[in-house]
Design a protein around this ligand. Structure first.
Ligand code: PGA
Length: 219
């Protein structure tokens, strides 16, 4: 079973999120897929959203509650109906999130009962094995996202993705998603790779038709 995750990042109005969710729900009602679909809109639009998909958040606080202005606790996400949370996305790491904070966030999310999707990946020019070995931790799902592939249209070759996922699996033991410029054109080939357990999709998930084609690539 593949996990296909739509990460909307800081995009979308309430109306756009609802419209996407309705289309997704309708499509998943019609098509038979063994894949699990996870929709991660901005925090604001999570509550009240429902359909035949799982809801995920893009981040959570490392603390369970209290004086953390502007943060959202994992337990609040559970109350808003989330099953998943993305932790350690490279855009958050670039904004200063350390491996130590990522570890605390994973623990907080697990304690609240969320399934964790831990993002790891090397920057352009960095050594893959060194970075992965330092970033990999226990999580329900790992998403391998080479930082240089995010939003750039560049991806590793299929062989590279498969080999790198095998390396990550040997370190983590868990399912490994691929993320970074997944598009309707490349999703099927990536999803067919032996060591790929799904995809984390940013830009191409904003358009329902492209996300639908990506889901169809997993069937
Ligand atoms: P992208 O983003 O699909 O736009 O490259 C993926 C991600 O950052 O999760």
């Amino acid at each position: 079973m593949n996990l296909i995750v739509a990460n909307w990042k800081m995009n979308g109005s309430a109306a756009e999120v609802t419209s996407f969710a309705d289309k997704l729900d309708g499509f998943l009602n019609e098509v038979s897929t063994s894949s699990e679909i996870v929709f991660c809109p901005p925090f604001l639009w999570l509550e009240g959203l429902s359909g035949i998909f799982s809801k995920g958040a893009q981040n959570c606080s490392e603390k369970p509650e209290g004086a953390m202005t502007g943060e959202i606790a994992a337990s609040m996400l559970v109350k808003a109906g989330c099953e998943y949370v993305i932790v350690g996305h490279s855009e958050r790491r670039e904004a200063g999130e350390s491996d130590e904070i990522v570890t605390q966030k994973l623990a907080s999310a697990k304690a609240a009962g969320l399934k964790t999707i831990l993002c790891i990946g090397e920057r352009d020019g960095e050594d893959f094995e060194t970075v992965i070995s330092s970033q990999v931790q226990q999580a329900d799902v790992i998403a391998y996202e080479p930082v240089w592939a995010i939003g750039t249209g560049r991806t590793p070759t299929l062989d590279e993705i498969n080999e790198r996922h095998a390396f990550i699996k040997s370190k983590s033991g868990g399912n490994v998603l691929y993320g970074g410029s997944v598009k309707p054109e490349n999703a099927k080939d990536i999803l067919n790779l032996e060591n790929v357990a799904g995809v984390l999709v940013g830009g191409a998930s904003l358009d329902f038709e492209s996300f639908k084609t990506i889901i169809l690539g997993s069937i």
